[in-house]
Ligand binder design. Structure first.
Ligand code: PAF
Length: 284
């Protein structure tokens, strides 16, 4: 496993790998790796000849300078973890390698980025779309791996991949959960022990809606209400939103039909904002 810091080196290396007909799998991360990332790495390892994991805390996707400042950074620990997964390269560029002097070109994905997380984190998806475009351009991966927990991010990246003509297949890994059901996230470390155990209410609420949908409930308002009631029964939890939307367009739906429908939530526990979702009409 080699750690690469320079964009030019990453780019020439992947060019060479493509000439050798190696399939390149790419797992973009901001470090602070947890089991969710590692399951994507395992999937990439199984599918691809070469696995590259990027570790880059992307300033362009943070709305609050304080959040960027306190984002956990420990390249040594992340590299030690990744060395157990037989990956080939870590790409860990400095900010100046990604955003050079005078940087002024951003990627904005319309519509999909204005709702849900986009509504409460203005500019967040512009930052994500921009960095992913730069990283895809540098490596031209055959496959790129993202977690279903960030369902809106997945929808945005699938859209930009199609719209900008990247020859990269987006692979979506299932949400990995703690034993309590809480979705794995680097934010979980900011929860107190009590908040962390109470936060399992989010999964319980989503499960209730999923079971109701399986038993025949088709009305989106009613399904959202099931989630709202459960989450509001927990005094530690402050519900930000619950939305029932089309899995691809993220447009609100009224009735559950044939297309994948997502129920997505954002919930605050103290200062920590957690998101989660489940697909109502698909397994798992
Ligand atoms: O999901 C993340 O960790 C980030 O949004 C990503 C995809 C690595 C882009 O910075």
């Amino acid at each position: 496993m080699e750690i690469i810091n320079r964009r030019a080196r990453m780019s020439s290396l992947t060019r060479k790998l493509r000439r050798e007909n190696k399939t390149i799998g790419f797992v973009p991360t901001m470090g602070a790796l947890h089991a969710g990332h590692l399951s994507l790495v395992e999937e990439a390892r199984q599918m691809c000849d070469i696995v590259i994991v990027s570790i880059f805390v992307n300033p362009a996707q943070f709305n609050e300078p304080k959040d960027l400042e306190k984002y956990p950074r420990d390249l040594t620990a992340d590299a030690a973890l990744l060395s157990e997964y037989q990956i080939d390269y870590i790409y860990a560029p400095e900010t100046s390698e990604i955003y050079g002097e005078g940087f002024s070109t951003y990627v904005y994905v319309e519509n999909l980025t204005e709702t849900l997380e986009g509504a409460s984190r203005p500019g967040h998806f512009r930052g994500v779309a921009t960095v992913i475009t730069i990283l895809f351009n540098t490596m031209r991966p055959d496959y790129a791996f993202f977690g279903q927990k960030d369902a809106q991010q997945v929808a945005v990246i699938k859209r930009l991949t199609r719209d900008l003509g990247f020859d990269t297949e987006i692979v979506v890994g299932r949400t990995i959960r703690e034993e309590s059901g809480l979705a794995m996230s680097s934010r979980n470390t900011h929860l107190s022990a009590e908040e962390r155990s109470k936060a399992s209410i989010i999964y319980q609420a989503l499960r209730r809606a999923k079971i109701a949908a399986k038993e025949g409930e088709r009305n989106a308002v009613r399904l959202a209400e099931i989630v709202r009631e459960k989450i509001e029964s927990e005094s530690f939890a402050q519900l930000d939103y619950v939305a029932v939307v089309d899995g691809e367009t993220l447009e609100p739906v009224e009735k559950i039909g044939e297309n994948a429908v997502l129920i997505a939530v954002a919930v605050r526990f103290g200062n920590v904002r957690l998101i989660d979702n489940t697909i109502l009409n698909r397994q798992p």
